[in-house]
Design a protein around this ligand. Structure first.
Ligand code: ATP
Ligand code: ZN
Length: 304
């Protein structure tokens, strides 16, 4: 298959172009979200541009760090990127940033935190005065140090920040944390949070051209539908007639449950769309309340 031609953004104004991470932590979920919106592409792992197959919405697959700049320069219209990357790229900008967060997407959650050697007794940010802090987020760290009025030296590294104290490159680090296991494996403990991050849909502050703007509005509507109904599940079960009321008490979030009679008069089949989480405990409670053959199914494309 020949490589698809990548039209310059300026002449592709009748299409919408979305940048996503090519590989890494956000790549799979970002594509899955867009696919759940109904988008399909002519996919080829080794190519960075995937033209839309049934709709004029194309994917640009790049490094996450490049996404804010690509949007700002108009090479793509929207992007899915960590809030941490978006804000770092805007750090210290003299003017209002050209790219802003359109939606928080609920995956890729992590926090940017300062971590210090476990042996330190941490009393507060002032303990960092005069210290060297290694980070890949110099903009966000500098802003935080300024706000805390702590004069510290920032050592900017592209990656593997957590090893810096052991190498003697720095005294502390400022890095992304999710479980904290990586920090702990390097004898570090998080002591202060700078930012709560997750993947976001980013777009320009200035309006898009009319055709991409219309496509972006449709995409936003679908993304919002998916975000609103992410926890939504279809619950199917059977229950004896006299236990139905008690069981419905456990499903206060069920919308217009459908109840049907099964064969004989005493057993009923119930079908309900539930908006809340069907947790382990809740499923147990349903079974104790008389649910037989409980099935909990994911739902796609629930109307808003
Ligand atoms: P690329 O090759 O695209 O530059 P990367 O190595 O910079 O990738 P990843 O490690 O794939 O980036 O992380 C992408 C994003 O995932 C981060 O910017 C952050 O928003 C999010 N993320 C969630 N949890 C973590 C974590 N524990 N560590 C690092 N990033 C995380
Ligand atoms: Zn990156």
């Amino acid at each position: 298959m020949s490589a698809p031609r990548v039209p310059p953004a300026a002449v592709a104004r009748d299409r919408l172009r979305i940048a996503v991470q090519r590989s890494g932590r956000l790549a799979g979920s970002a594509r899955a979200l867009l696919a759940a919106c109904g988008l399909v592409w002519r996919e080829a792992e080794d190519q960075l541009f995937w033209p839309g197959r049934e709709q004029p919405v194309d994917l640009l697959r790049v490094r996450d760090d490049d996404i804010p700049g690509l949007i700002a320069a108009g090479h793509c219209d929207l992007g899915i990127v960590g809030r941490n990357v978006l804000l770092e790229r805007q750090g210290g900008a003299p003017r209002p940033p050209a790219v802003r967060e359109w939606r928080a997407l609920g995956f890729g959650r992590c926090r940017l935190a300062v971590a210090v050697p476990a042996a330190w007794t941490w009393r507060g940010p002032a303990d960092l005065a005069g210290r060297r802090i290694a980070t890949s987020y110099p903009g966000l760290l500098a802003a935080w140090l300024r706000a805390e009025k702590v004069p510290a030296e920032i050592v900017t590294l592209a990656g593997s920040v957590e090893i810096a104290p052991q190498l003697g490159q720095a005294d502390a680090v400022c890095d992304l944390v999710s479980s904290g296991a990586t920090l702990a494996a390097h004898g570090l403990v998080p002591v202060a949070d700078l930012l709560a991050s997750e993947a976001v849909l980013a777009g320009p502050r200035a309006p898009l051209a009319p055709a991409p703007a219309r496509l972006a509005a449709t995409l936003l509507r679908r993304v919002d539908g998916i975000l609103r109904h992410r926890a939504c599940r279809l619950v199917l079960l059977q229950v004896e007639r006299e236990r139905l009321a008690g069981l419905l008490d456990l499903l206060p979030d069920a919308e217009a449950p459908t109840v049907m009679q099964v064969d004989g008069a005493d057993r009923l089949a119930l079908q309900a769309l539930c908006r809340g989480e069907l947790t382990w405990q809740r499923r147990e409670a349903l079974e104790r309340a008389g649910a037989h053959g409980l099935l909990v199914l994911p739902v796609e494309g629930v109307p808003a």
